[in-house]
Ligand binder design. Structure first.
Ligand code: SRM
Ligand code: SF4
Length: 545
C-alpha cells in the first residue's frame, strides 16, 4: 500500500519550510554561486520561479569547469489571461531590463520571463508588484493560473465567467506571507500564520483549474484537474458542469503514467463554485499520493479509487449535492484570428504569436500599441494574443501599428500554423529531451509542404509539439503530436479531435523528421482521397486506422 512507502523529498522540504520560506533568503546571498540549493529550488516554484541553466552552454561550461549558466524563469499569475496596457508595458520593460528581452505567452494564459539573474529577482517581483502583478503560486504544489476563455466578443457572460476565474484564483491562493517577506520587504510574520486550505505541506502535486464557455473549448477543459463548463440558459449563466481528473503528463515507456481526460461529475450553480473547488482540492490534498511524484496528480487518485468514490468523498465535504450534469456541446478548441466586433460594439483583434514567444520587432510593435490602447490585452490558451476592447474610432490606428510592425502574420499563416502549439523546451527547460519551440517553424513548413502535395493546405489540422512527454502544450489532444524523445527524435501521436474531447494514440515510438513525414504522407494521401465531407483529419484517422 502506498501509505507504507516513505514520503518524497519534496514533502519533507515543504514540511520544514515554515510555509515556503526555507532558506531562500540566505541562499540568495551566497556569493560563490549564481544558483541555489535544490531544497530552495523546490520552494521557489511556489513563488513562481524555477532555477534553470542555458542548456546550449552546458557541455562547454562543464568542459571549462565552470558552473552551469544559471538564471531563473519567472511565471506570472494572470487569471483568465487578462492584463492592462500598463501591466503589458511593465512586463515588457522588465523583460528588457532584467530578463532576456523576450516575453513568453504560456499555454495557461500567463507570461513567462526567462534569463533572470539571481540578484535581479527582487527587482523583477518589485516592479511587477507596482502594477499589481504577482507570481504567487504560478508553479509549485498548489492551484496554478486559472484559465478561462478570454474572448470578450460573444457576450457579457464571457466577462461574468472570467470573473469566476479571478475569484477562483484568489480563493485557492496560498495564504503564506513568505512571498511578501522575501521579495517585497514585507514585515516578518512572527507566528500564528496558517494555510487553512492547504495545510503546511500544500498539495501532493500541481493542481490546475480551467473554465470553458461552450462552444469554445480553448482551455482544453478535459485536461484540467478541475474544469468548469459554463452552462448558459435563457441568456443567463445558470452555472457550470464540473469535470475532475484530467491531466497530460506521462513518461515514455511507463504505463503507470498516462494522460487522462477529466470526468464530468455534475452541475453547480455559480454560488457553489468556490465551495466545490475547495472541496475537490482538499480531497486531493488528503488522498493524493505523497510517496511518488509521478503518481501524485488528482488523475491518479481518481483512476486508482474510482470516480464514484471521488464524488462520494467530495459530497461529504460540501454543503450541497451536485446537480445532474447539463447538456453542452463544444465545436472547437482553437482561436479565431483577425478583427471581430463584440456584443458591446467594441472591436477585438486576435494576433497569432508563434509558440507564444514575443521578441524583437513584435515586442516593439506591441509596446507602441500598449501606449495608445484603451482596452486590455488577453492571452489565450493557444499562446496567442487578443488586443481587446478597441473603440471603433481607434481601430485604424491599431491596425496601422499592427501592419507597420509585422504583427499581421495571422492573415498569411496557414490554418496548420495558426493552430500549432509548441512548448518551450530547449534551451531553458531542464526536462527537454528534444527541441520544440525552436523547431516548430521548420516542422510546420515541412508538414505544410506535404499537405499541399495533396491539396490539403487549407485544412485546419491541429499539430502540437513538446520536447518531452510532460505535455506542456497539451499534445495528447492534438490531431498530430510530436513528443520529444531524444535530440531530433520524437514519439508520434495521431487522432485527437478539434474539440479537445479525445486523446490521440501512439503511432510511432521513436522517429526522426523523415520518419514523421514518411508516416504522415500515406495518411494525408488517403485523407485527401477518401475522407467524408467536412471530416477532420483526426476523425478520419480514428475511423480508418
Ligand atoms: Fe509545464 C514542467 C513549461 C503548461 C505539464 N513546464 C514544466 C517546466 C517548469 C520544466 C521543469 O519542471 O523544469 C517547464 C518550464 C520550461 C521553460 O523553460 O520555460 C514548463 N508548462 C510550461 C509552459 C511555459 C509551456 C508553454 O510553452 O507555454 C506552460 C506554462 C503554463 C502556465 O502558465 O502555468 C506549461 N505544463 C503545462 C501544461 C498545459 C496546461 O497546464 O494546460 C501541462 C499539461 C497539463 C498537466 O499538468 O497535466 C504541463 N509541466 C508539465 C509537467 C508534467 C506534470 C505531470 O503531471 O506529470 C511538468 C513536469 C513536472 O511537473 O514534473 C512540467
Ligand atoms: Fe519542458 Fe517537457 Fe514541458 Fe516542453 S513539455 S516545456 S520539454 S517539461
Amino acid at each position: 500500500m502506498t501509505d507504507k512507502k516513505p514520503l518524497t523529498e519534496v514533502e519533507k522540504v515543504k514540511a520544514a519550510s515554515h510555509l515556503l520560506r526555507g532558506t531562500i533568503a540566505q541562499s540568495f546571498e551566497v556569493p560563490e554561486t549564481l544558483g541555489i540549493p535544490p531544497s530552495d529550488g523546490h520552494l521557489m516554484k511556489f513563488h513562481g520561479s524555477y532555477l534553470q541553466d542555458d542548456r546550449d552552454l552546458r557541455d562547454e561550461r562543464a568542459q571549462q569547469k565552470l558552473e552551469p549558466a544559471y538564471s531563473f524563469m519567472l511565471r506570472t499569475r494572470l487569471p483568465g489571461g487578462v492584463c492592462s496596457p500598463t501591466q503589458w508595458l511593465a512586463m515588457d520593460a522588465i523583460s528588457q531590463k532584467l530578463a532576456n528581452g523576450t516575453l513568453r505567452l504560456t499555454t495557461r494564459q500567463a507570461f513567462q520571463l526567462h534569463g533572470i539573474l539571481r540578484g535581479d529577482m527582487k527587482g523583477v517581483i518589485g516592479e511587477m508588484q507596482q502594477v499589481m502583478l504577482d507570481s504567487i503560486a504560478a508553479c509549485g504544489d498548489v492551484n496554478r493560473n486559472v484559465m478561462c476563455n478570454p474572448n470578450p466578443v460573444d457576450s457579457s457572460l464571457h466577462h461574468e465567467a472570467s470573473q469566476w476565474a479571478v475569484r477562483l484564483s484568489e480563493h485557492l491562493l496560498p495564504k503564506s506571507r513568505a512571498y511578501y517577506e522575501l521579495w517585497l520587504d514585507g514585515e516578518k510574520v512572527s507566528g500564528g500564520e496558517e494555510e487553512p486550505l492547504y495545510g503546511a505541506t500544500y498539495l501532493p502535486r500541481k493542481f490546475k483549474v480551467g473554465l470553458a464557455i461552450p462552444p469554445h473549448n480553448d482551455v482544453d477543459v478535459f485536461s484540467q484537474d478541475l474544469g468548469f463548463i459554463a452552462i448558459i440558459e435563457a441568456g443567463q449563466l445558470a452555472g457550470f458542469n464540473v469535470t475532475v481528473g484530467g491531466g497530460m503528463g506521462a513518461s515514455h515507456g511507463d504505463p503507470a503514467t498516462f494522460p487522462r481526460l477529466g470526468d464530468v461529475i455534475g452541475f453547480v450553480t455559480p454560488e457553489q463554485v468556490l465551495e466545490a473547488a475547495a472541496g475537490v482540492l482538499t480531497v486531493q490534498r488528503d488522498f493524493g499520493d505523497r510517496t511518488n511524484r509521478k503518481h501524485a496528480r488528482l488523475k491518479y487518485t481518481i483512476a486508482d479509487r474510482g470516480i464514484a468514490w471521488f464524488v462520494k468523498e467530495l459530497e461529504a465535504r460540501l454543503s450541497f449535492t451536485l446537480g445532474p450534469a447539463r447538456a453542452f456541446a463544444f465545436d472547437h478548441s482553437g482561436d479565431t484570428f483577425g478583427w471581430k466586433e463584440g456584443h458591446d460594439g467594441r472591436w477585438h483583434l486576435t494576433l497569432h504569436v508563434e509558440s507564444g514567444r514575443l521578441a524583437g520587432q513584435a515586442l516593439v510593435g506591441l509596446r507602441e500599441i500598449a501606449r495608445v490602447h484603451q482596452g486590455d490585452f488577453r492571452l489565450t490558451s493557444n499562446q496567442n494574443l487578443i488586443i481587446a476592447s478597441v473603440p471603433a474610432g481607434e481601430r485604424a490606428a491599431i491596425d496601422s501599428l499592427v501592419k507597420q510592425h509585422g504583427l499581421d502574420g495571422y492573415a498569411r499563416a496557414t490554418p496548420l500554423k495558426q493552430r500549432a502549439l509548441a512548448c518551450v523546451a530547449m534551451p531553458t527547460c531542464g526536462l527537454a529531451m528534444a527541441e520544440a519551440e525552436r523547431y516548430l517553424p521548420a516542422l510546420t513548413e515541412k508538414v505544410e509542404e506535404l499537405l499541399s502535395k495533396f491539396g490539403l493546405e487549407e485544412e485546419p489540422i491541429s499539430m502540437r509539439i513538446t520536447g518531452c512527454p510532460n505535455g506542456c502544450a497539451r499534445p495528447y489532444l492534438a490531431e498530430i503530436a510530436l513528443v520529444g524523445k531524444a535530440p531530433g527524435r520524437y514519439a508520434l501521436y495521431l487522432g485527437g479531435d478539434l474539440k479537445g474531447q479525445r486523446l490521440n494514440r501512439l503511432v510511432e515510438e521513436n522517429v526522426d523528421e523523415a520518419g514523421v513525414m514518411a508516416t504522415l504522407e500515406p495518411l494525408f494521401a488517403a485523407y485527401a482521397r477518401s475522407r467524408q465531407p467536412q471530416e477532420p483529419f483526426g476523425d478520419f484517422f480514428v475511423r480508418t486506422a
